[in-house]
Design a binder for this molecule. Sequence first.
Ligand code: G6P
Length: 605
Amino acid sequence: MCGIIGVTGNGPVVPRLIDSLKRLEYRGYDSAGVAAMVDGAVERRRAQGKIRNLEAVLAEQPLTASVGIGHTRWATHGAPTTANAHPHKAGRVTLVHNGIIENFAELKAELAAEGHVFESQTDTEVIAHLLDAELNTGRAPLEAFKVTLDRLTGAYALAVLIDGQDDLILGARRGSPLVVGWGEDEMYLGSDALAVGPFTQKISYLEEGDYVAVTRSGAQMFDVTGSPVERAVVQVSASSAMVEKGEYRHFMEKEIHEQPDSVQHTLSEYLDLVTGKAKPQAVDFAALDRIQIVACGTAFYAGQIARYAFEKLAGLPCDVEIASEFRYRSPAVSPRTLAVAVSQSGETADTLASLTWCKAQGLKTAAVVNVHSSSMAREAEVLWPTHAGPEIGVASTKAFTTQLAGLFLLTLVLAKLRGRLTAEQETAYLAELRSLPNKTQKVLALEPQVEAWSQRFANKHHALFLGRGVHYPIALEGALKLKEISYIHAEAYPAGELKHGPLALVDEDMPVVTIAPNDQLIEKLKSNMQEVRARGGELYVFADGDVHIEESAFVHVIRLPGGSNGALSPILHTVTLQMLSYHAALQKGTDVDKPRNLAKSVTVE
Ligand code: G6P
């Protein structure tokens, strides 16, 4: 997660870029840089580390201009060095980027074969070379930009300067946020409202696939097809920050949509995106014979899902327990157990107490937490951070998917160390993980279909969620979300267990939400669906793209894009269930972000 800013105005721009970058430092501070147009040619200043280092460089080598871009980096591809700091430059093109270009290796090889010389290890630099090559064919800037964008796979928010274009910043957004800020004879591009906050409160939120040409006098916007579009100008509050809702109605909606970004940020904590390899971890996994996960609420379900992977891929026994139960039952633990607390806040009283208890027993301890300064982060010997950013909605969304992504990567590290993963399997899993932000974005595009379903849930009193295998905890999480924010009673069952009780509840009144991934249990799941239909139940099925399920008046199907989602399936299916409960709650008019009787961080028993 990086922060970007662009300003085209009349006065000296560089101090303003710095001002904005300081507000964006929460998005990363591995390095920072600015570029500005000086007599028709772009000049850069960059520095490793925090913005103050960049300020020191600028004090030595000032830069005076009225058009410029800036970046603060959270390193993904390449070490946090000055050479890898943005802006990146190739020929006439200088640009800053937030996101990950998944096909950068192929593009880089192609460009290198054509004689392009690269000066960084970043994925970003290929975009500059590609665009410069397109300009060299004689294309106009906007056309060259569009052709370049069409060649990129992955996520990006971009701000681009071109030598000789002294009143132009190009911008584009896919999978990473970007806003246009409107000033008086001055215009801005930034990662969010906070970035342009010092200059304007008038914002247009670019939509997925949009690109834009910004000049002092305005902005020309285009959608993903290249057609001109207009995006509404909205007035945001002066203190607009990451803790503001921005273009969204609720924090929960915003947080659902931030998942491509937050998952990507978390992946880059554990994955070296240059080598494609998982990063080593400071735990002697070889000395372990068991994992004990403790957690509450949604984090508990993340632990349940992780157990499948720890046992299947790493062959290590794994227990998962609700912390408020674990702490009071005097569990028998082996001394070679690794105790893992999973928690968004890192403050949940029961989880913290369980962690402390494990530590007192002499166990090795680790904490998967989103708040890195939290009590659990400090208490555990090993901190495994997730990078969801601040999660404000009480119902957890992006914290959950980042926990799943982080825990899955840790499983791969462990499986490899235990000799249970071949190099080919590792490569395949890592490639899957790298496509996760992009696939999540595609699942988010199903929102209109999910919203249409939600209308049928609003007047229901009960719902049943079914899943099998690793998707059973996903069903549990789906039911929890619906309960929490729409106050509709919901239960989740492993579908094979239907006949042992819940089938008695099934009638035409109770929607049965079914998660249907293309895995080895799909045929068995289909039989379970028949059991529901035979009792008059109405099915709402979320299926992997290549699962064959016949639709009818009582069997509704939403298909996830692509074919089978493999190891990523639990994460992608979760996103659909989040959207379902969010829209059901909207229909009911509940307080989505602050559901009755609940709290975000439960620091009491
Ligand atoms: C509360 C929140 C849930 C969360 C749970 C555990 O119940 O409403 O969303 O899953 O606490 O919180 P933690 O911060 O430990 O993940």
